[in-house]
Unconditional design. Sequence first.
Length: 127
Amino acid sequence: MGSRIKGYGKRLGATAALLALAGWMAALPGPAQTTELGKVRGVVKTREGKPVGGFWLMIVNPELGMNYRKDVNPIGQFAFTDIFPGTYVFKISPNSYTVVSPAQLPIKGGDDLEVQVIVAPAPRSAY
């Protein structure tokens, strides 16, 4: 019976250490606690000014490892919400178009941006 009590004490000590670590980590400020998020909305158009849609528009931030994807409606409109601050680039899927501008999209906390994304037909593969 003495060995069971001894083992119980080791487990209790390990549990107390984990709880102390969890409490310390909870006290640290995290992104959701200190970061105000941004919004981006707009329209996708060709160089000629014609709205295009029916695909996914993504904003990607490789530094943060963040990406957001939204459907673009048939008249080219899109909206992103709850975006962490940083510098993003636009990507389109499927790859029927390439983004001409903007080259980058800087987003600050609290931003409510309206942008126009200009696209061109993607080059066709030689295959």
